[in-house]
Design a protein around this ligand. Structure first.
Ligand code: HAM
Length: 414
């Protein structure tokens, strides 16, 4: 679990505002969900035989003896909220943001508390909305300067077609049981599709030669998948079909996808999702088509930090230096007046006194381009000194009105 320090938060704020703006522009509304849900919700949705439910949840009994879990992901809670609040009648485009918790083995790009921005759509069955999600995420990457992410796609078919595939896969793997590792042998009983996701190098050949789920799709899923691919083709969205991509959560059917990078080592998936048409009904609602994705913000921030200079939207436009008692007495009034007159002004006022020299040093360290200087002379003349800190221009004396004009230009150029 990480502290996100002030040095890093500008990247986070920038990323969050870029993503939030694009989601809003596509018509998505924000929903804010609790961090705690009943444990049962995750067991029933993510699936008993998944890594998350088997070994990664932070689960405890509350004072009433109810078993609660810190959410390991957002989809289950979003469905729960949708059912409970009657949101799932028409078409709903929702998004959420916040921390998720998984007791995983921490490593670069994998944490026990991590942040996601997730998107869920209810009431749309067609491949057009799957495509919209992918195109919208592509726009987000471009806006973040991450044009080099790769898209992998697969279809898991309908529950019936997947059951047929599962039998074929189990038969194939049974024939090669001796080559399987211990984990895969266990998975053969509980969740055989997950074996396709094994990272064990010794299994890769076996996995590569396994039957492909795409050869077992029912007609509707095949049509859905073909149509999605043709929309992606027509919008020049590059993708790779990966028939071995099965995802780590059990609620998916039909479309699944992942955006990945090679720049982060082993934890290269920055965004992942897919269709989960069966889940709403399974959790007690009326059957409603559903699809969504979630992006991992730590991983995206790591990429953004490599390629973008630190956003400057948090840095002050000006630092107010106040030297002497009279300046300290009227400085706060002047600072408040500037803030009143100049919405958007980021002004850091000196606190705690100090010599002219030490205050100028603080001004410099604040990264403000301008120091406003109030000393005895300025107080007497009803003026402010203005010194550009990043140029060699000499200090000038300005009236308060002239100062406001100068700062207005700085804000405008921001
Ligand atoms: P997920 O694949 O489990 O899907 O997680 C989505 C993304 O969250 C991952 O691609 C990764 O970027 C990030 N992530 C996951 N675990 C960690 C971790 N331990 N540390 C850092 N980042 C992590 C879901 O959570 C689904 N709810 C997505 C979804 C929404 N499907 C449909 N709607």
């Amino acid at each position: 679990m990480n502290d996100i320090l002030p040095e890093e938060t500008p990247y986070w704020q920038w990323l969050e505002s870029v993503v939030g703006t694009i989601l809003t522009a596509y018509g998505y509304a924000e929903i804010r969900l609790p961090l705690l849900e009943k444990t049962e919700l995750f067991r029933r949705s993510i699936g008993e035989a998944t890594d998350i439910v088997e070994k990664e949840m932070y689960t405890f009994l509350d004072r009433n003896g109810d078993s609660l879990t810190l959410r390991p992901e957002g989809t289950a809670g979003c469905v729960r909220a949708g059912i409970q609040n009657g949101l799932l009648r028409g078409l709903q485009r929702l998004w959420y943001q916040g921390p998720m918790f998984r007791h995983e083995r921490p490593q670069k790009g994998r944490y026990r508390q991590f942040q996601q921005i997730g998107v869920e759509i209810y009431g749309a069955e067609g491949p057009d909305i799957d495509a919209e999600l992918i195109l919208m995420s592509r726009r987000i990457w471009r806006e973040l300067g991450l044009g080099d992410l790769s898209l992998e796609l697969n279809s898991l078919g309908s529950p019936a077609s997947r059951a047929g595939y599962r039998d074929t896969l189990v038969a194939y793997l049974q024939d090669h049981r001796d080559s399987l590792d211990e984990d895969s042998r266990r998975r053969l009983e509980t969740n055989p599709l997950r074996i396709l996701d094994s990272k064990n190098p010794d299994l890769q050949e076996l996995i590569a030669e396994a039957p492909s789920i795409l050869d077992y799709l029912d007609e509707e899923s095949r049509f859905h998948f073909d149509r999605l691919k043709s929309i992606l083709d027509s919008t020049e969205t590059h993708y790779v079909v990966n028939p071995r991509m099965v995802r780590g959560l059990d609620y998916y059917g039909q479309t699944v996808f992942e955006w990945t990078t090679t720049r982060l080592g082993a934890q290269g998936t920055v965004c992942a999702g897919g269709r989960y048409n069966a889940l709403v009904e399974q959790l007690g609602g009326k059957a409603v088509a559903a699809v969504g994705f979630a992006m991992g913000l730590e991983r995206l921030v790591a990429l953004v930090r490599e390629s973008t200079t630190r956003p400057a939207h948090h840095l002050p436009h000006a630092y107010l230096v106040m030297v002497g008692e009279r300046a300290a007495a009227i400085g706060p009034r002047i600072a408040e007046n500037l803030r009143d007159r100049l919405p958007g002004l980021r002004l850091t006022a000196n606190v705690g006194g100090g010599s002219f020299k030490s205050q100028m040093k603080r001004a410099d360290r604040s990264h403000a381009p301008i120091a406003l200087i109030l000393g005895d002379d300025e107080v007497s003349n009803h003026q402010l000194g203005l010194k550009e800190l990043r140029t060699q221009s000499p200090q000038v004396s300005l009236s308060e009105e002239e100062t406001i004009d100068r700062l207005a230009r700085v804000i405008e150029a921001d």
